[in-house]
Structure formats: C-alpha cells, structure tokens
Design a protein around this ligand. Structure first.
Ligand code: ZN
Length: 368
C-alpha cells in the first residue's frame, strides 16, 4: 500500500531510459516483467477499470497480481466534515476491513475473456488477520468463486500510520488467527503476500528491528507456505536498519542487507521471498551508487528469492504505472542478465504457476 505522488516526477526518466540488457537499442520490446504487487483499487474502493489496466499493461507487463486494498477509510462527517478523505493520512477516522473487495475482484476477473484472465492472478485480501475466523472467510471466498484466486494479500500486520488506525483488535505476529491463515495457505497452495514493517518508524541506528524476531518465528512456524515479504520489510519512514558506527564492533547490530541475507541463507526459511515493490523501497536501494551495487550483489547471490512489484495503486495512465519499473533501471543494469530476468518475471511465473495448479487441485478435491 502506498500513496501516489512521488512517482510522477520520474516520468521524465521514461524518455531517456536505456534499453534493458539484451534489448539492443530498440524501444521496449514487451514481456518485460510480471507485477507481484498491484492494487487495482484504493482506500475508498475506487480505482482503475480492469480493461483499462489490461491496456496499461499492454505488451510490457506480461502478468500481474490483482487485488484491491482490504482497508476502507471511513468518511466521518464528525471528523472531516464535507471533506471526503481518500487516503488514510487525510483524516483521523478509523479504517475498517471491507470484505466485499474479494467479491469485487472475483467478479471483475470473471468478466474478462479467458486470454485476459490468463494474465492476472487475483488475490484474497478482505479479512481481518486478528480474527480467528479470517481463515474461514478465505475458505468461503474460494468456495464462492472457485477457479479464481491464486493467493492471499497484500495483507498487513504492522504498517506505519496504518495499523493503529484500524478499528478493533490490533493485528499481531503472535496471534493464532494469523497461524490459522498461514496454515490454510499451506493446505490450499495460496501464495502469501504479507506487509509487515521490520522496524518502528524513525528507529535509532544500531537497535534490533522491533518486529524482526517475531516475524522470523512466524515464518519458521509455516515452512510449507510460500510467503513473499513485501517491500523487504521497509516503509516510508521505516528505513533500512543502519549499523551503529559508535558501538563496538562485537555489539553492533547488522544492517538491513545483512538481516535480509541472514533470512535468505537460513535453511529453515527457504520458503520466504522478498518483493522489492514501492518507489519508497527503490529510493532506499538506489540511494547511492554504493547502495545500488550492494543491492545488486545481494540479489545476484539469491536470484530465485526476489520479485519485482510496482505497488502502484489504481493507476490513471501508463506513465504512472511504469514509473517504479523505470526507477529500478539502474538495478536492472547491474544485475546479471539471468538474475534480472528471474526477478522481473521468472520467479513470478514459477511461484504463481505452481500456486494456480495447487489451488485448482485443492478446490477440485473439495468438490467445488
Ligand atoms: Zn505494502
């Protein structure tokens, strides 16, 4: 989930973009990427018509996930009067879980021709992860709309400015309700796309990321689920952890890259992947030539474990949609060609093709 805005300034890059490796000097040739993180609708359940989105995808985006945003921003007249908020930062009124989003996404998908559907992977999001009944909702959605969904998410546990605004019980990584959800994902084969800030906003350098231990424990409890950790655990003000320069070397906490590599190299976490979606994440990874080089080196060491996503919300046009992909061009140029191909589309195709097969087989076994 993100706000629009910053990306529009990047449109200028489009004009001067160098071709990707293997594309020669020709303009975009198509089939450039699959998008693991795409919001068709926004915080008031409005957005892009799916046919317009297919046009925007054109030949460049070969496939995409399809989901809205499970949280609906309340328009409280008491709070903002006649001003109708469309984003969670525009009012103090609470957000609430809007389960109808799943029916909306399913009906939208079903309205398409088979060849159009083949390009999209709808995701279930309209459940409250702090509710023990959330898994039952997911099961009900699959039963009501068999043949539609490939995964669950993006759903959120900890997110700067958002978690505290959600009406009702606060979500937690230690909540058994979340374990039930991930158990069902393992049973059905649904891919999981989870947003969970690794750290609190504006954390001090050299401190252990506050949600890291709980997150790793959660991931370890569900080795049979395919789990994609969105945004590499980062946020707009949840910055990559910095090692404290002043602390003695032996006591120094690792920086964000080392933490991510620790997860990737852990044999108990082989089912965990990272998406690099969101222009805010691109800003961190590409902050300097040195950070870009380090990000590329890390991804090259684990080419099967990273996926590109845009995290664009309800795009109005192609410029807005492609801005994040274009922003990543310095990374695309540094990655080994095979790694770049895997991150841009190969990993998506592998994970989501397998999930489609498994979920369809599971539905069939239920007699749906
Ligand atoms: Zn997110």
């Amino acid at each position: 989930m993100r706000c629009r805005g910053a990306v529009t300034a990047l449109v200028a890059i489009l004009a001067t973009a160098r071709p990707l490796p293997g594309q020669g000097t020709a303009p975009a040739t198509g089939n450039e990427f699959a998008d693991v993180h795409f919001h068709l609708t926004n915080y008031i359940q409005e957005g892009t018509d799916v046919r317009d989105f297919l046009q925007i995808m054109g030949k460049r985006a070969v496939r995409s996930t399809l989901f809205g945003i499970p949280l609906q921003q309340t328009w409280s007249h008491e709070n903002s009067g006649d001003y109708a908020p469309t984003y969670y930062l525009q009012t103090d009124a609470p957000l609430y879980y809007y389960s109808f989003t799943d029916a909306f996404i399913a009906m939208t998908y079903r309205s398409l021709k088979p060849e159009e559907r083949a390009r999209l992977d709808p995701m279930i999001t309209g459940f409250n992860p702090a509710d023990m009944y959330a898994a039952d909702h997911i099961r009900r959605v699959l039963k009501t709309f068999p043949g539609v969904f490939t995964g669950i998410g993006e759903f959120t546990i900890h997110k700067e400015f958002v978690s505290s605004k959600v009406a009702g019980e606060v979500a937690s990584l230690t909540d058994p309700a979340l374990d039930r959800i991930l158990d069902l994902a393992a049973e059905t084969g649904l891919v999981v796309l989870i947003h969970n800030d690794m750290d609190m906003p504006f954390a001090k350098a050299g401190t252990e990321p506050v949600f890291l231990t709980q997150m790793k424990a959660l991931l370890r409890r569900h080795p049979k689920s395919t789990i994609i950790w969105a945004h590499m655990g980062l946020g707009r003000v949840v910055r990559p952890v910095q090692a404290s320069a002043s602390a003695p070397a032996a006591e120094r906490n690792p920086n964000h890259g080392v933490i991510v590599e620790g997860i990737l190299s852990d044999p108990t976490l082989r089912h965990v992947y990272f998406d690099i979606s969101w222009d805010e994440v691109a800003k961190y990874l590409l902050a300097t030539p040195e950070t870009t080089r380090r990000a590329a080196a890390l991804i090259d060491r684990y080419p099967d474990r990273f996926l590109f996503g845009s995290d664009v919300v309800a795009p109005r046009d192609t410029a807005q949609y492609y801005a994040v992909f274009e922003m990543y061009r310095p990374l695309w140029h540094q990655l080994k060609p095979k790694t770049g191909e895997a991150v841009r589309r190969g990993n998506y195709e592998r994970l989501f093709d397998a999930a489609r097969q498994r979920v369809r087989a599971w539905e069939k076994a239920q007699g749906w």
